[in-house]
Each structure stands twice: as structure tokens, then as C-alpha cells.
Design a protein around this ligand. Structure first.
Ligand code: V47
Ligand code: SF4
Length: 389
């Protein structure tokens, strides 16, 4: 008897798609041409069924989240990415914020006694917040709370810091690692195609520079994430090229944990005239990402950007991670027009969202070690326990 996935392949009329599906089922790598064909011709149901088969082979129903909070040191930024709704140019810094080390430590102290496992530190690129400033912050956070995993600074921030400090990437990363930096988030990748990059974020780290920083971090034993900003000027070819460059680096280093597609949100930025892509296009992209990025263990839907209901849908299209509680500590997406204006979810809400999609909620730490399996915890117990809110 045929199983569900075999039936779907059998019923697919397009022979080229059937051949690609067979490769996926046989755990063979799909090519750039295959990826492109999936974008051009794959229906939502076909892509979803295949991506779901891969997701279940890798993770079963396990769906990860973590308990985390963000620190955004500043939204003053020397760069001028056209899609950014968040930054205030240095010349207009009265509209922005700049947190002192004490203010950032107050944020960390707010979580004393609370079971968060990660702080995510990302912000604009402020000309006065240099390598020493951030190394001092990292040391203070670690001294206060040694068990907290610090995932911090995009390759954009690091590239600027290291150049100003006249350090090589390796020297700079070693210095920050020594000070307490544990891993790097995936931001700043945008789209690697040089022509599109020139049009949307000409003045910040190049694609080569981004990949070099992540590759170097991997060689130093640090794990990192990777993002892709989609749904603006890029074509399907550009998406495949972006994923292909990441897949090749991952073949070499094995240092990436998670791929995070980020949907372009068009509120209040210089690209506001570009309409946002549909949810169908989001789901197709997540599914193709799961199929193409065969050496990335995890695929994350970042709910503050996508909205919680759409993030929930992605759990049937290859996604196995939904980020964390966040606790209303980030402004990047509310300023870009996300429906999540005050992004915060309690553990009970996150677990419910995952359960409703028919999956098992597993709390993880940043490196995907299991903290707690919530699939057996009754919901009443979750909601009644204030520690979990
Ligand atoms: O690089 C900025 C994106 C990124 C917009 O590693 C926008 O776990 C959509 O990288 N529409 C920063 N996206 C955030 C980031 C991230 C977020 C969550 C988790 C992790 C992780 C990393 O935000 C930027 C840029 O690609 N961004 N403006 C916008 N209008
Ligand atoms: Fe600055 Fe980052 Fe915004 Fe670009 S996306 S302008 S680097 S804050």
C-alpha cells in the first residue's frame, strides 16, 4: 500500500516535479535548477507534503521554542538600508535611543529568578558603541548571570566594530568570545546577490564579508544562524542563489544551527511602495527552504515578523522552530508594520499554538539542547503556573 507522500508524488502530473520529489524521498540533494523549478511550478500542497515529510524525518512532531528576551542597544545607525523602518540616521539621532551599559544591565536584571535561557542582542550600528563598549557589556552580563547564553551582534555590527578597532575578523571574534559572546544571530544577510544588495543595502557588509564572518565564527567553535530577507526586489533565482551560498558554507563548516527566512514588511520605510507577498508565497518559500537546505538542522519561523497565526501555519510546511517568548523586548518588526505590535508570548501560549498545529512543544536552549518536553504537561497546569508565564 502506498503511503501519503507516495500518493502525492504519484498524482503529480508534472514529471520534472515527480523526479525532484523522488530525490527528496531518497535523501538525495536537489540542485539549483530543481530549486528553481519548485519555485516556478510547485503547488502549495505538493511542496507542503514534501517539506513536511523531511521535517518529520528529521524531527518527528518535535517543535522547538525558547525562553528569551532581546536587548536593542540603539536604533541609531550609520547605514541606510532601504527596507529598514527601525534605524534613525546618526544625523537625526534625537529620534532614536541609545542605551547605556547600566540601562542594558537593568534589562538583564529584570529577568533575575526567571527561567530565561538566552539574551539576543542586536541593534543599529552606532559609531560610538565600539568593540570595547560591547566587550564590557558582555563581561558584565556573564558576571551577573553566567548561565545566560548570549547570542549577539549581526555580521553587519561585527564588521563595523572590527574595522574600527583595526582587528581582523578572527581577532575580533576571539576577543568577543573571550568576553562572553556565545553565538551569532543570523541577521544582516538580506540577499546575497550583489546587484540586489546594491539596491537595498549598498553600504553595509558585503555578502562575501557576511559569509566570512560566519565561517570564521564556525571555525572558532561558535554556532550561528542565517537569515534571508525575501519578498522585495529579489527573483526566485536570487533566493536559490542565497540559499545555495549558505548550503555550501554549511558543507564546509557545519556551524549553522537554523535558517530563518524573514518576510519583508513594508511599513514606514523607503521600500513601502513594494507590496508584501501573500501568505501562500510565505508557505511555499518555507517549504522550499526545508527541501533545499538539507544540511541545516532547523528551520525557524520568527513569529514577531510573520504574525503568530501565520507562524503556526508554517509548522505544516517544514518549520520546526518558532523562536521564543520575546517578552515585548524588540521593536524591529512592530516598526516595520507587523501585526505583532507588542511581541510577547507566555510559555502557555506558545505551547498552545504548537499543540493546535498537532505538534509537540519542546523548550530548547540556544544550541537545541532539550530544556523541557511540554507535550505531556496538561494545559491547566501550564496556565496556573506563574513561573511559566
Ligand atoms: O537583518 C529589517 C530584518 C534582520 C525589515 O538569529 C526586516 O535567531 C523584514 O536577523 N521587514 C534582523 N525584515 C533580525 C534578525 C533575527 C531575528 C530573529 C531571530 C534571529 C536569530 C535573527 O531584520 C535584519 C533584516 O533582514 N529586517 N527590516 C523589514 N522591514
Ligand atoms: Fe542599520 Fe540594520 Fe537598519 Fe540596516 S537593517 S539601517 S544596518 S539597523
Amino acid at each position: 500500500m502506498m503511503n501519503a507522500i507516495e500518493t502525492i508524488i504519484e498524482n503529480e502530473k508534472d514529471e520534472s516535479l515527480r523526479i525532484i520529489a523522488q530525490k527528496v524521498i531518497n535523501q538525495k540533494r536537489i540542485s539549483k535548477q530543481d530549486g528553481l523549478l519548485l519555485f516556478e511550478r510547485g503547488s502549495l500542497s505538493f511542496l507542503g507534503a514534501l517539506a513536511n515529510a523531511v521535517r518529520e524525518r528529521l524531527h518527528g512532531d518535535r517543535t522547538y521554542f525558547n525562553r528569551n528576551f532581546h536587548i536593542e542597544p540603539t536604533n541609531v545607525c550609520v547605514f541606510s538600508c532601504k527596507f529598514c523602518s527601525y534605524s534613525r540616521l546618526y544625523a537625526h539621532k534625537e529620534e532614536g535611543w541609545e542605551l547605556s551599559t547600566e540601562q542594558m544591565m537593568d534589562i538583564v536584571k529584570k529577568y533575575d529568578g526567571k527561567p530565561v535561557t538566552e539574551v539576543h542582542i542586536v541593534g543599529g550600528v552606532h559609531p560610538k558603541m565600539n568593540l570595547d563598549f560591547f566587550a564590557d557589556l558582555l563581561r558584565k552580563i556573564k558576571a551577573h548571570r553566567p548561565d545566560l547564553h548570549i547570542k549577539g551582534f549581526t555580521a553587519v555590527e561585527l564588521d563595523y566594530m572590527f574595522r574600527k578597532a583595526k582587528m581582523t575578523t578572527e581577532e575580533g571574534l576571539r576577543f568577543l568570545k573571550e568576553a562572553g559572546l556565545d553565538s551569532l544571530p543570523g541577521g544582516g544577510a538580506e540577499i546575497f546577490d550583489e546587484k540586489i544588495r546594491e539596491q537595498i543595502c549598498a553600504d553595509k557588509v558585503s555578502s562575501e564579508g557576511w559569509l566570512d564572518i560566519h565561517g570564521t565564527a564556525h571555525k572558532l567553535g561558535m554556532h550561528t544562524n542565517a537569515t534571508m530577507l525575501y519578498g522585495h526586489l529579489e527573483s526566485y533565482e536570487h533566493r536559490i542563489d542565497h540559499m545555495d551560498r549558505l548550503r555550501s558554507l554549511q558543507d564546509e563548516t557545519k556551524g549553522f544551527n537554523t535558517f530563518i527566512p524573514l518576510k519583508f514588511r513594508n511599513h514606514d520605510n523607503e521600500m513601502s511602495h513594494i507590496p508584501e507577498v501573500s501568505v501562500i508565497e510565505d508557505l511555499r518559500l518555507y517549504a522550499i527552504a526545508r527541501l533545499y537546505m538539507d544540511n541545516f538542522p532547523h528551520l525557524k519561523a520568527y513569529w514577531p515578523m510573520l504574525g503568530r497565526q501565520n507562524a503556526q501555519l508554517t509548522l505544516s510546511f517544514g518549520v520546526n522552530d518558532i523562536d521564543g517568548t520575546i517578552d515585548d523586548s524588540t521593536k524591529i518588526y512592530s516598526m516595520a508594520g507587523s501585526e505583532e505590535q507588542n511581541p510577547a508570548m507566555s510559555t502557555a501560549e506558545l505551547v498552545t499554538l504548537i499543540n493546535q498545529a498537532g505538534r509537540k512543544a519542546i523548550e530548547r536552549d540556544t544550541l537545541y539542547n532539550e530544556v523541557r518536553d511540554y507535550s505531556t504537561v496538561p494545559l491547566q497546569e501550564l496556565s496556573a503556573n506563574p513561573e511559566l508565564n
